[in-house]
Design a protein around this ligand. Structure first.
Ligand code: HEM
Length: 420
């Protein structure tokens, strides 16, 4: 094994030290082996290749049902778990994220209706309200754990968007965690847990729809989705899959943007001061730069249906491809001085942090508005914020790495400290 093999192995297994050093490993991959074979998968880490994979009409999203990676996983499982895996994955195959071709177009079109500009504007008002409330909670503590804020805000936003009552928020948190663990699950217990979540979610959506049928006060999302069902463009299971997909795709990603984003801003006090000087104007580009620099979703995957060539290497049909967004987002061929956080970077918006092409993030407007409101408000309220001393322990796996805790000193509210 080469030292690069060891670094990749440690990162992919989610070891804390390797997660802390993830950007170094992605850099090595980009420079030393931009098309890298790792067991049953091929990893792409250069911007050009990642973008080409995203836009290729020959990449399917069925990688959780078939292809080299899933086949290897299936072979390792006992017979009974294989059946659970098949059922679980056939439900998840109805996610927009995992659909291809005509099914993808149809499901995406319906799911898209959840994000009309009017609905986003309504949600923005709610998100500002939640942010102010969470800021007030931060003010009550000496050294708050900022990850708590980073987790609460997207949880409130996603449950509002899904039209779920407050009492169900913790359920959503539990569901999200389990749905995501399943991303690379190879053990029967995790698969069973995830299967149970899906069953619970299906039931939840079914009763939400039932409840909505009996009343005129339909929540926005449920009525939008029900209209599609009534026009026979979606089945009830497909509706449940859209719910599950929003929870799996929209919660922990946004949590990372806010949590790791704040960490990086405080690690770069010059950039934090710059933002604090004019939060209203600078927050939108700062969020783009953080989507690039942090890459809240570090990687994604796909399955070539024909042999595809990347950077002179052929990846055969059926071999699962991992695309490293975090590698692409720091590619010096596209971003000058890529290791530098620069909230005024002119081409920050060229990042691939929200994907690219036909599967470009459906929740991008919600993710962006959450980021802008969070960082704008934090910069207005806490210009003296600093990281508390002590090491940061990373966790939660290679796809969604983030600190387990993020103790901060928020300092007194007030004017922006002078640049020195
Ligand atoms: C900072 C936050 C977010 C990040 C970094 C992020 C990232 C991504 C990425 C990289 C993709 C493309 C995946 C691929 O092609 O394999 C994607 C797709 C998607 N995202 Fe997001 N996302 C975020 C927030 C959200 C939110 C808030 C929602 C919904 C509430 C959402 C829903 C979706 C859906 C449904 C797709 C699938 C689109 C399709 O396949 O056509 N995302 N996201």
């Amino acid at each position: 094994m080469t030292s690069l093999d060891v670094a990749v192995e440690r990162l992919m297994s989610g070891e804390a030290d390797a997660l802390a050093d993830a950007n170094e490993t992605w850099r090595r991959l980009r420079e030393e082996a931009p098309v890298y074979d790792y067991g049953p998968i091929t990893i792409l880490s250069r911007y050009e290749d990642v973008r080409a994979a995203f836009r290729s009409p020959h990449m399917s999203k069925n990688q959780y049902v078939e292809g080299s990676w899933t086949e290897e996983l299936r072979a390792r499982l006992p017979e009974q778990s294989r059946t659970i895996l098949t059922e679980l994955r056939s439900f998840e195959a109805m996610y927009v994220t995992r659909s291809s071709g005509e099914d993808h177009i149809r499901r995406r079109r319906v799911a898209h209706r959840a994000f009309t500009p009017r609905r986003i504007a309504e949600l923005a008002d709610e998100i500002q309200g939640y942010t102010d409330m969470l800021v007030a909670e931060l003010l009550e503590q000496d050294t708050p754990d900022f990850m708590q804020f980073a987790y609460e805000l997207p949880l409130m936003a996603i449950t509002s968007m899904l039209g779920m009552p407050k009492v169900d928020r913790e359920r959503v948190r539990g569901w999200a965690g389990k749905l995501l663990v399943n991303l690379g699950a190879a053990d029967p217990a995790t698969l069973q847990e995830c299967y149970d979540v899906i069953m619970e979610l299906r039931e939840y959506v079914r009763s939400a729809i039932e409840a909505n049928r009996r009343t005129d006060e339909r929540t926005h999302l449920v009525s939008t989705l029900m209209a599609a069902e009534e026009e026979q463009r979606l089945s009830e299971d497909e509706l449940a899959a859209i719910y599950a997909n929003f929870i799996a795709a929209g919660f922990e990603t946004t949590m990372n943007l806010i949590g790791v984003g704040f960490l990086e801003l405080l690690r770069h006090p010059d950039q934090w001061r710059l933002l604090c000087e004019d939060p209203q104007r600078r927050a939108p580009n700062a969020v783009e730069e953080l989507l690039r620099y942090v890459s809240p979703a570090q990687w994604s995957l796909g399955l070539p249906v024909v042999d595809l060539e990347f950077n002179g290497h052929t990846v055969p049909a059926g071999r699962t491809i991992f695309v490293i967004l975090a590698g692409a987002n720091r590619d010096p061929d596209v971003f000058s001085d890529p290791e530098r956080l620069d909230i005024e970077r002119p081409n920050a918006r060229d990042h691939l942090g929200l994907g690219f092409g036909p599967h470009f993030c459906l929740g991008s407007s919600l993710a962006r508005i959450e980021g802008v409101i969070a960082f704008r408000t934090l910069a207005q309220r806490f210009p003296h914020a600093e990281l508390a001393e002590g090491p940061i322990e990373w966790g939660s796996g290679s796809a969604l790495r983030r600190p387990r805790r993020l103790p901060v000193h928020l300092g007194h509210a007030g004017s922006v400290p002078a640049l020195n």
